[in-house]
Design a protein around this ligand. Structure first.
Ligand code: DAH
Length: 345
């Protein structure tokens, strides 16, 4: 009998106490879908007598409303809270979102590498000011007064001072002077830093760049020590088997002076565009500290001797990573920067 069925299902619905969204969905599937109980009872309703229709019509409508209301209440209760829960706890099965890490600047990476090699040989790290006076940048380093490097074209002057102009240092050799003035031999130091020159910016020149200076002063330091130290450095930095050669050169602060070439890291000495088909590339200047420089810094040049060297970090980096445009180092383009090592420190 239709009436009995309605009564029975009404009780079932009233006793419905869902504990999960699955229960709610099962309720819908049982009562509210096209082939569900509510529709079924309405089908059956069509078959009853006209008299019964009058009384049962209302009851059946109420039953339908009860089923729909129960379902929507349960839906609010479960579907919502479960979604909220999911949001709070997160779906632990999803892959992690990850976060983007920055990378080290290539010049920092290479500077660190250079410094580490010399640290193992007992060199300490020293630094000096970027705004420097004429004495430390030029005079103490034995630059004659009329030397072209003092020219307006090369140096950014900050302040003109009688006999001791203030300028942005043009090289890290100034730190040698500061170090030697401050202490007593032996000195064994590596001095990284930024330097400035009044140059037009292009792929091959920039108005600021970076250098690493080296200084070793003690009794009986010889050119052989210089060669061996730099040879070791090159083997460590560019790998065993990298060849070196020294060419005589001139710097005011060293005597004798040399420039050091290494066998081209790209073509291994066979000849390529980078080494201009010579098989060699120059990487640094070096020499025995001129006795005048030692004396200028208050060091007895009869007792002590030393060697010094200076290299551009950009150049070393270009050779290591085959970078052909200096401007890339200071443009902060992440497409360039993100290609370098990421370090979690
Ligand atoms: N200061 C030189 C420059 O900027 C590099 C240099 C050459 C440094 C020879 C030295 C050295 O200490 O001995 O070009």
């Amino acid at each position: 009998m239709l009436q009995d069925k309605i009564k029975q299902f009404t009780e079932e619905i009233k006793g419905f106490t869902p504990t999960s969204a699955v229960d709610v969905e099962n309720f819908r599937l049982k009562f509210l879908v096209a082939k569900g109980i509510v529709k079924g009872l309405f089908e059956e309703f069509k078959t009853v007598s006209a008299e019964e229709k009058r009384t049962l019509g209302k009851v059946l409508n109420e039953f339908k409303q009860l089923a729909e209301q129960t379902y929507s209440d349960a839906q609010v209760q479960f579907t919502h809270t479960e979604k909220n829960l999911q949001r709070e706890e997160g779906d632990l099965t999803l892959p992690g979102e990850g976060f983007q890490l920055g990378s080290r600047h290539p010049l920092s990476l290479v500077r660190k590498e250079i410094v580490e090699i010399f640290k193992k040989l007992g060199f300490i790290v020293a630094e000096g000011p970027e705004i420097e006076d004429d004495w430390h940048n030029f005079s103490a380093l034995n630059f004659p007064l009329e030397h072209p490097a003092r020219d307006m074209q090369d140096t950014f002057f900050v302040e003109k001072k009688e006999g001791n102009d203030i300028a942005l240092r043009t090289h890290t050799s100034s730190v040698q002077v500061r170090l030697m003035e401050m202490g007593k031999p032996p000195f064994r130091a590596i001095m990284p830093g930024r330097v400035y020159r009044n140059e037009a910016i292009s792929a091959r020149a920039h108005c600021f760049f970076h250098q690493v200076e080296g200084l070793y002063v003690d009794e009986n330091v010889s050119f052989a020590d210089l060669k061996q130290t730099l040879f070791h450095f090159v083997q460590e930095l560019y790998g065993e088997g990298t060849k070196v050669r020294f060419r005589p050169s001139y710097f005011p602060f060293t005597e004798p002076s040399a420039e050091m070439d290494i066998s081209c890291t790209i073509c291994k000495g066979k000849g390529c565009q980078l080494c201009k088909y010579s098989g060699w590339v120059e990487i640094l200047g070096c020499g025995m500290v001129d006795p005048n420089v030692l004396e200028n810094c208050g060091i007895d040049s009869k007792k002590y001797s030393g060697f010094a060297f200076g290299m551009g970090i950009e150049r070393i980096t270009n050779l290591k990573y085959e970078i052909r445009d200096l401007r890339l180092f200071s443009e902060n383009d992440v497409r360039f920067l993100s290609q370098f090592e990421t370090e979690l420190v």
